[in-house]
Design a protein around this ligand. Structure first.
Ligand SMILES: [Ca+2]
Length: 301
């Protein structure tokens, strides 16, 4: 009998020690969770910044703190803040309202933070991540991807690294599209174009506009221009003729990569479900130069 008690006691100690270690490891793990980590014994209000969301860059976003609560149904006051991506100058419309708005002005992650107060105590902060993206983006880093080169094979995708022709490198990453990446375009360049995939458009409010944004470098001889055409899907798999985008005609020389912004003007946004674009040199040359290089193409609000 005495012998049995003796061996039991050290075993109990080991078990107890084990439980203490497991419990303290569990608590340490919870310390990393910012959301609603309420100290015991206090009826603190609970902030709810809403779920994480994917949103479109440049479209207004309305936050919703109405899921926040307090134990005794006290009237809550709200205090919102956010961390923006680098280069963003977005502002919250009214950080003390339950539903402030903001416009995610650059692509990237906006970390939204809400603290509510019940008149006595602040809640723990609650965060929601808003990921802002354009409608479509491609920078040719995976090669031609869903794009197509049609007509004469003048357009290429890759790294322009000639010291004699072109920009000497892509705008971003290690790849872009260009007419003869390391040499001049052909004397008759207009029989080749770079065609985008069909780009699906989201539901669009009458007040919204969409844009084609891209970076380009160009060097055109006289009588040669770079033009962008657009075709619209007017009903399922029925596409309109190619039409020149207003103002999307480039001539002369752009000696460095620069951003181009084209408004996509359509009276029938919500009939059109998809659009596609083509980049084409047009004209004839008595001589030829390096041509047209494009990168980081976006369709965005
Ligand atoms: Ca690129």
């Amino acid at each position: 009998m005495k012998k049995e008690i003796l061996w039991k006691h050290p075993l109990r100690r080991i078990l107890l020690l084990g439980l203490i270690i497991i419990a303290s490891v569990g608590c340490a793990g919870n310390d990393n969770d910012d959301n609603n980590n309420v100290p015991a014994g206090l009826n603190l209000p609970i902030a709810d910044a809403g779920p994480d969301q994917d949103v479109f860059t440049n479209l207004p976003v309305t936050l919703d703190g109405s899921g926040s609560s307090s134990a005794d149904s006290a009237t809550l006051t709200y205090s919102w803040s956010f961390k923006r991506p680098e280069d963003s100058i977005a502002l919250l419309s009214d950080p003390s309202s339950s539903n402030p708005t903001f416009i995610p002005d650059v692509n990237g992650t906006y970390e939204i933070r809400l603290i509510v107060n019940d008149g006595t105590n602040d809640s723990a902060p609650h965060t929601a991540m808003y990921e802002a993206s354009p409608i479509y983006a491609y920078g040719f880093e995976e090669g031609l991807g869903d794009w197509a080169i049609e007509g004469n094979p003048t357009w290429e995708v890759g790294t322009p690294d000639s010291l004699d022709y072109g920009p000497g490198g892509p705008y971003s990453g290690s790849s872009c599209a260009g007419t003869n990446l390391n040499g001049p375009y052909p004397i008759l360049p207009s029989l080749s174009w770079l065609k985008s995939p069909s780009i699906e458009l989201p539901e669009i409010e009458a007040v919204d506009k969409i844009y084609l944004n891209f970076f380009h470098w160009f060097e055109f001889a006289i009588f040669t221009t770079g033009k962008i055409y657009m075709s619209k899907e007017t009903s399922s798999d029925v596409w309109s003729d190619w039409e020149l985008l207003k103002d999307a005609t480039y001539t002369g020389v752009s000696p460095k990569w620069s951003k181009a912004v084209q408004v996509i003007e359509m009276p029938d946004y919500n009939i059109v479900k998809r659009v596609r674009f083509k980049f084409q040199l047009v004209g004839f040359g008595l001589h030829n130069l390096a041509g047209w290089y494009v990168d980081d193409i976006e369709v965005s609000f």
